[in-house]
Design a protein around this ligand. Structure first.
Ligand code: 13P
Ligand code: SF4
Length: 306
């Protein structure tokens, strides 16, 4: 078979989407050409809400596994496809349900808050989930006399603890991509662009977040960029966001803190994988009914207070 060019691939994707009553959900870190074919492009919170509300039979999820699993948990009757099965998140794999069960036995009465960047099985063991867009709100909703374990991201947890002035127990997980963004790099960029504002993701280390003007989810960054008067913005997160920032805010200059802030897993899905997913209905996310039911409670609780 002759190779298809990009326009032909897109044409086939559009046709199959209609035939199969599918929607394409895309995270802000995906490749630019994949973002461009999305019916909805957003952050983890926005994507969860879309997955729950989308009127369709099939969701093609262009992101990483925990996001596609969250879509399945919220829409168990829909077919959810992850175009590249290996697209995982190393941070999500840093906390297992077994480890948390053991921790809870050692800390009776502890409230477990899981960043949505976690496995479906872990979500069955926690009291409530959060994303980077609502982590503070979620933690603030828990009575002050309760001990909290925040997992898996120690950086997001520490940033929330500092902002709320509240002690949290932190699981030792982290995002390898955001750990690459250092204080030194931000200082360098600030010297090069003294008029620029600095926005970073709260998965960065607390010492990095403290240097920034704002720390926001990827969805929050898009909103902030559109609303601020600043003309130059230094961006401390995965590079995929720059594509959308440039499209939505063409009059501003975006300066990545580091050209190395690339999440390899977020870059695995290419246009031909999306086409293959729709043609062959691959790779379907399958979760046990019991996992779906238990995990859904913690995600629904989060959505209700967002
Ligand atoms: P948000 O888009 O929700 O800010 O999440 C960032 C992230 O790391 C997703 O993997
Ligand atoms: Fe996981 Fe970090 Fe990649 Fe997000 S950017 S998917 S948290 S490794």
């Amino acid at each position: 078979m002759t190779e298809l060019n990009q326009n032909e691939i897109i044409g086939r994707i559009q046709k199959l989407k209609k035939e199969k009553n599918a929607v394409i959900l895309v995270h802000n870190y995906q490749l630019g050409e994949v973002q461009d074919i999305g019916d909805y492009v957003g952050d983890s919170l926005g994507l969860s809400i879309q997955a729950k509300e989308a009127e369709c039979d099939v969701i093609v999820f262009c992101g990483v596994r925990f996001m596609a699993e969250t879509a399945k948990i919220l829409s168990p009757d829909k077919t959810v496809l992850l175009p590249v099965a290996e697209a995982g998140c190393p941070m999500a794999d840093m906390a297992t349900a077994d480890q948390l069960r053991k921790f809870k036995k050692e800390h009776p009465g502890v409230v477990a808050v899981a960043y949505v960047n976690s496995t479906a099985e872990l979500k069955t063991e926690v009291d409530i989930c959060c994303t980077s867009a609502n982590a503070e709100k979620v933690v603030a909703s828990i009575p002050k006399d309760k001990e909290i374990i925040f997992l898996p991201d120690k950086n997001l947890g520490a940033n929330v603890a500092r902002d709320l002035g509240r002690e949290l127990m932190l699981w030792p997980g982290f995002c390898p991509t955001h750990m690459r963004i250092s204080k030194k790099m931000i200082n360098q960029r600030k010297e090069e662009f003294p008029d620029a504002l600095v926005m970073v993701h709260p998965e960065c280390e607390p010492e990095v977040v403290e240097m920034a003007d704002v720390s926001l989810s990827t969805g929050g960054m898009l909103k902030f960029a559109a609303e601020t008067d600043a003309k130059q913005i230094i961006v401390g997160t995965e590079l995929g966001i720059i594509h959308r920032l440039k499209i939505e805010t063409p009059d501003k200059i975006f300066i990545p803190v580091s050209e190395q802030a690339i999440c390899p897993n977020m870059k695995l899905i290419e246009l031909h994988d999306v086409l293959n997913a729709l043609e062959n209905m691959e790779t379907e996310i399958i979760l046990e009914a019991e996992i779906i039911e238990k995990a859904r409670a913690s995600i629904e609780k989060m959505i209700a207070i967002s």
